[in-house]
Design a protein around this ligand. Structure first.
Ligand SMILES: *[C@@H]1O[C@H](CO)[C@@H](O)[C@H](O)[C@H]1NC(C)=O
Ligand SMILES: *[C@@H]1O[C@H](CO)[C@@H](O)[C@H](O)[C@H]1NC(C)=O
Length: 176
């Protein structure tokens, strides 16, 4: 009974390993000191994509990386390798303009961003491809990419409300 189970496992394991390798366009072995966004930045994989293809391995806060473990970086045909690391004072508009695409494409490739782009943070790695290349979000999964790291600093410095503009400075007010 026991030996039958062992034989069955041995027979299945190499096959399972092959299937996983075939499903992964590229992979990465976790090093000591890695954090999710450092892996993303170094390997040209977006914050979102790294989380989306490793929901079985990376928890919501990316606090469970084990050196020596292997992560998948992208699936064949759904692998965005055109990436950009968010810098201080970046906005989605600026990123879109710099990479020649619009908010529809940016949000499709980086679905962790909210519509107003208020959750962009410094060090976040975005897919900036001009077409939709990122994998669809796994249903029900908690993505690291959806939660801003505790140490992150918001990138967007929104324009201050224009309360301080005196009405008399506005040309159309003179006609009222
Ligand atoms: C990441 O992209 C940059 C810019 O295209 C390139 O120089 C670098 O070799 C890439 N790194 C990897 C690991 O693919
Ligand atoms: C954004 O760009 C894509 C690809 O060029 C285009 O199909 C789409 O209509 C654009 N969306 C908007 C809102 O302009």
């Amino acid at each position: 009974m026991f030996s039958q189970t062992v034989v069955a496992l041995i027979a299945v394991l190499p096959f399972a390993a092959q299937v996983m390798a075939a499903d992964c366009a590229r992979s990465y072995t976790i090093q000591e000191g890695d954090i999710c966004d450092s892996i993303s930045a170094a390997q040209n994989v977006s914050t979102y994509q790294l989380a989306a293809v490793n929901t079985d391995k990376i928890d919501a806060t990316c606090s469970n990386l084990n050196p020596g473990d292997t992560l998948c970086l992208g699936y064949p045909g759904e692998d965005c390798t055109t990436t950009y690391v968010v810098q201080p004072d970046d906005s989605c508009d600026a990123v879109q303009a710099a990479h020649g695409m619009n908010s529809t494409i940016l949000l499709a490739n980086n679905p962790q961003l909210d519509e107003a782009c208020s959750n962009l943070y410094i060090g976040e790695v975005l897919c900036v491809a001009p077409t939709v290349q990122a994998p669809a979000a796994p249903s029900g999964a908690v993505l690291h990419g959806a939660s801003i790291p505790a140490t992150a600093t918001a990138a967007a410095v929104e324009a201050a409300p224009t309360d301080d503009i005196d009405d008399e400075d506005l040309p159309w007010c003179e006609d009222l």
